[in-house]
Design a protein around this ligand. Structure first.
Ligand code: PRP
Length: 205
């Protein structure tokens, strides 16, 4: 049996439709229910919803043979998995944003609020800038608005959330999209079935 971990949420729904279009359908997966595990006995595959941040954990440990994770999560967690392909969906950018009236003083330590401390650390280390990381879980835009931080390192998709909170992008750290990832030994032992899946997903994405 092939085990697949998909990220629960907006991206996961898009990816689930891509899987169905590619011939990998898991009945009930997009219904409004709270089930987490879905079987397709004919395909001999099992698919489960996982919190987006946790997909690489399931794949790295082999509980899932393959999974789909945003590039943001792969950059942050740096898991020991194969990144097989770009599924060309879930496009967004990891960006630095601040209030419209923010003026940077490079002699001062920069207070950075983020859900991605490793990405932020690596980015500012590359610039040789001293920062103070404030790790938050969501609604990051609040931090510079209320004065908790100078800037945020966060995902920007349409830019609406920034605009509506009077923030703007200072720089783009990285372009992001959904990636198909595989457990290293599963890729070796289930190579044929995984390669066929890769081929079909790439054709339909
Ligand atoms: C993400 C991100 C931004 C928003 C950007 O948050 O953290 O807040 O989407 O999208 P936009 O550029 O299209 O406005 P999400 O909705 O995933 O929730 P969160 O704030 O709880 O992380």
């Amino acid at each position: 049996m092939l085990n697949i971990a998909l990220p629960k949420g907006r991206l996961g729904e898009k990816v689930c439709r891509l899987f169905a279009k590619s011939g990998y359908e898991f009945p009930g997966m997009l219904d409004n229910n709270r089930r987490l595990v879905f079987l397709n006995e004919e395909l001999d595959m099992r698919c489960f919803w996982v919190k987006p941040f946790d997909v690489p954990v399931y794949v790295e440990r082999g509980t899932a043979d393959i999974g789909v994770a945003g590039k943001d999560i792969l950059l942050e967690r740096n898991p020991d998995v194969y990144e097989l392909s770009d599924l060309k969906t879930g496009y967004c950018r990891m960006s630095v944003a601040a209030r419209e009236d923010f003026i940077d003083d490079s002699r001062k330590t920069l207070a950075v609020a983020t859900e991605f401390p490793n990405i932020a650390q690596n980015y500012y280390a590359g610039l040789g800038r001293d920062i103070d990381i404030i790790t938050l879980r969501g609604s990051l835009e609040l931090a510079p608005v209320l004065g908790l931080s100078d800037v945020i390192v966060d995902i920007v998709e349409t830019g609406t959330t920034l605009r509506e909170n009077n923030l703007h992008v200072l720089s783009v750290i990285s372009e992001l999209s959904a990636r198909l990832i595989a457990n290293k030994s599963a890729y070796k032992f289930k190579k044929e079935i995984i390669s066929e899946m890769m081929r079909r997903l790439e054709t339909n994405s």
